[in-house]
Write a protein that binds this ligand. Sequence first.
Ligand code: ZN
Length: 133
Amino acid sequence: MHINDAVFLEDLCPKFRLRQWRKSIHRFTEKSCIYCGKPSESIDHVLPRSQGGLSTTENCVPACLSCNGDKSNENAFYWYRRQKFYDPRRAMAIRAWLEGDLRLALRLLQWANPNFKKSNKNYEKDESEYKAA
Ligand SMILES: [Zn+2]
């Protein structure tokens, strides 16, 4: 049976799916804002909906209310560069996220945030690879 033939609870109940999806976005970063690292309380559209940005995982990042509100409809990268908490590793992580490479995005975020839980032992090796690059 093709996976598309399966009936998922989510398909029967779009609201449930939306909630699960929002939760999963926050879970990726362990509920921390992708821009500043504070607790994420909202989902930010990197390309604003007003500019045609879609509500897809690639375009939606966990953000605190402060970053989300302050950025508003601005281009995320221009806005982010001007922030005091600007970190090029996070900027790279956002870029990777937009390209759908969540694994790379999360690694970069781990690197940017020493408090981020180190989920695997290979982490140290990965870090040195990025330093060498
Ligand atoms: Zn923030």
